[in-house]
Design a protein around this ligand. Structure first.
Ligand SMILES: Nc1c(NC[C@H](O)[C@H](O)[C@H](O)CO)[nH]c(=O)[nH]c1=O
Ligand SMILES: CC(=O)[C@@H](O)COP(=O)(O)O
Length: 225
């Protein structure tokens, strides 16, 4: 699974006033809109972690984003309480998917998601994830659906069919249900690569998936309703 690239740098022009409507406090309505005024020209770049993700917290802290009337809205990682998540996990390559699941649940615990707000649904393989994710999205019970699987290349082209179907299945589920469905399916050349990404040298992609789910759930729940 490739890391997301950071967005390109943006250059802000200096501004001394901000123009939000006066009856609207930017921080009250949009907790992520920081109301400090940038007094000198500065270059914005999104802070990246080793994995390539810029966390919403680091972006907020580093950038103090505010130009004239431009609002910047992101989901929050610190408002996890009350958000409900489904996790669809493929049993195929279970040795890997169990570790990804553990990473996801540990991360939810760290970010104050209650255990009773997490439901885990097992499916045979990654190919089956999409239809179940869409069903869960449509149920109205969850703020986001995490999709966890591990597709590992064999001798034939079967790998491509399963990997591509899993990706498009998860995307369709999100678009059709309107609920964020997060892609936590590893697509690896071999078992070594998969283990490195499920708690080994390259971190735990299940944990990263949980953070993405949290941010997207918060974005929808706190800003886009
Ligand atoms: N080879 C992998 C599979 N294959 C199974 C399919 O996902 C599916 O269950 C089957 O074709 C029946 O529809 N699944 C994985 O998750 N990972 C693989 O490496
Ligand atoms: C990705 C897979 O489904 C894999 O198990 C298939 O292996 P093969 O291509 O050797 O049949």
């Amino acid at each position: 699974m490739k890391s997301l690239a950071s967005p390109p740098c943006l250059r802000l022009t200096p501004t001394t006033r901000h123009h939000l409507p006066s009856r609207q406090s930017s921080s009250a309505c949009y907790p992520h809109v920081v109301s400090s005024v940038i007094k000198s020209s500065s270059t914005l770049s999104f802070a990246s972690s080793a994995s390539g993700f810029a966390s919403p917290l680091s972006v907020e802290k580093e950038l103090r984003l505010q130009t004239a009337a431009v609002r910047h809205v992101t989901g929050s990682l610190i408002r996890g309480e009350g958000l409900r998540f489904a996790i669809v996990v493929a049993r195929f390559n279970e040795v890997v998917t169990k570790l990804l699941l553990e990473g996801a649940i540990e991360t939810f615990n760290k970010y104050s998601v209650r255990e009773e707000d997490i439901e885990v649904i097992w499916v045979p393989g990654s190919f089956e994830i999409g239809v179940v994710a869409q069903n869960l999205g449509n149920s109205g019970k969850f703020h986001a659906v995490l999709c966890i699987g591990a597709v590992i290349r064999g001798d034939t082209t079967h790998y491509d069919a399963v990997a591509n179907s899993a990706a498009s299945g998860v995307l369709s589920a999100a678009i059709n249900s309107g609920v964020p469905c997060i892609f936590g399916v590893l697509t690896c050349e071999d078992m070594d690569q998969a283990l490195n990404r499920s708690g080994g040298k390259a971190g735990n992609k299940g944990a990263e998936t949980a953070l993405t789910a949290l941010e997207m759930a918060s974005l929808f729940e706190h800003h886009l309703k």
